[in-house]
Write a protein that binds this ligand. Structure first.
Ligand SMILES: Nc1nc2c(c(=O)[nH]1)N[C@H]1C(S)=C(S)[C@@H](COP(=O)(O)O)O[C@H]1N2
Ligand SMILES: [Mo]
Length: 325
């Protein structure tokens, strides 16, 4: 019997509070108690939030859409990623995203909709029940993670504004503010960061409007206060720190399409059989799961649609995905 089992998951000793252990303890609680709504904050989650100043974000695990694979440690999820608004190296976002102010924050939802509206972040946090979804996450640079995100389907928000029959695509716009996002002083990409989806992709239940991870609000480097998560697409399709969602008739041109059009197409579905880039998409490195502190990261084969084909393949029926990459 380990220490946690002796003392109970909700009374951890200080040295025991690692984000992962808190998460695992809560998971086993959910496992035994059933998926009861996590009404209040669990003591362990409160302690954890105090550690890095992020508030806990209670959510109910969605076991149907969650993988049972081992989540990547919190320390890797929050220190190894891309957010070019803060620099181009993997450690830049965690180092420099502290300059981003996420309150107050509003998201404008406009375009081909009957009821355009701007939503304050507090409204968005209350709009629908929070769900925890443990998704695989695959970057086009051939590394991957398993991340317990918290949010609700984007469809819940889009329904509120009543899309018109002309709404065929959705465009996501990240904040433009070179003072808070110093990477925007470099012309590596055209700013603000733009991404897009077809309407049926945006309405798909897996398309998560995301506010948190590992039981808490998003750290800035992971796209606070609100971002998209699209587990069947390469990571760059999931725009962070969104301020505008525009419903449009024509397919938007995204930042990455504009920067390197022959590498990055509009769809960008995870596809091990198509590598428009000059490197292979057939395998991926699972960050944080190797021996010797992740030095020898295991290579795993990449799956079509990142393993979500059963849910999303029908969206692309009749399309030639080697052309529409
Ligand atoms: N606004 C913005 N969103 C972005 C990016 C970015 O540079 N700017 N990078 C993308 C890429 S390439 C990846 S892999 C993921 C990485 O961050 P995450 O691990 O928090 O999802 O964010 C995506 N969203
Ligand atoms: Mo990426």
């Amino acid at each position: 019997m380990n220490k946690r089992q002796q003392i109970g998951f909700d009374h951890p000793v200080a040295s025991d509070i690692t984000p992962e252990s808190v998460f695992r303890a809560r998971r086993s609680f959910l496992g035994t108690a059933g998926v009861a709504a996590l009404g209040g904050l669990l003591p362990a989650a409160q302690a954890l939030a105090a550690q890095d100043g992020l508030a806990a974000l209670p959510a109910r695990l969605d076991p149907r859409d969650s993988t049972t694979e081992k989540p990547t440690p919190y320390s890797d999820v929050t220190t190894y990623n891309n957010f070019y608004e803060f620099g181009t190296s993997k450690s830049d976002p965690s180092r420099y995203a502290g300059s981003l102010r996420t309150r107050p924050w509003t998201v404008v939802v406009e375009g081909e909709v009957a009821k355009p509206r701007s939503f304050g972040i507090e409204d968005l946090l209350r709009l629908a029940p929070m769900e925890e979804r443990i998704y695989r996450h695959r970057c086009v640079e051939a590394w991957s993670m398993v991340i317990p995100w918290i949010g609700y389907p984007l469809s819940q928000l889009l329904r509120q504004v009543q899309p018109t029959s002309k709404a065929r695509y959705v465009e996501f716009v990240t904040l433009l503010d070179p003072a808070e996002m110093p990477g925007q002083n470099d012309a590596v990409l055209q700013w603000p960061y733009l991404e897009g989806l077809r309407m049926d992709e945006a309405m798909h239940p897996l398309a998560l409007l995301t506010f948190g991870l590992y039981g808490k609000l998003l750290p800035n480097q992971n796209g606070a206060p609100v971002r998209m998560v699209l587990p069947w697409k390469y990571g760059f399709k999931s725009a962070k720190s969104i301020v505008r969602i525009r419903l449009v008739e024509k397919q938007p041109v995204t930042s990455w399409m504009r920067a390197v059009p022959n590498w990055y197409g509009f769809y960008s579905n995870v596809n091990p059989n198509v590598s428009p880039q000059n490197w292979s998409q057939a395998h991926e490195r699972r960050i944080g799961q190797g021996s010797f502190g992740g030095l020898f990261t295991p290579q795993v084969p990449t799956r079509m649609f990142n393993g979500y084909g059963e849910q999303v393949a029908q969206l692309y029926k009749g399309m030639d995905l080697s052309k529409d990459f």
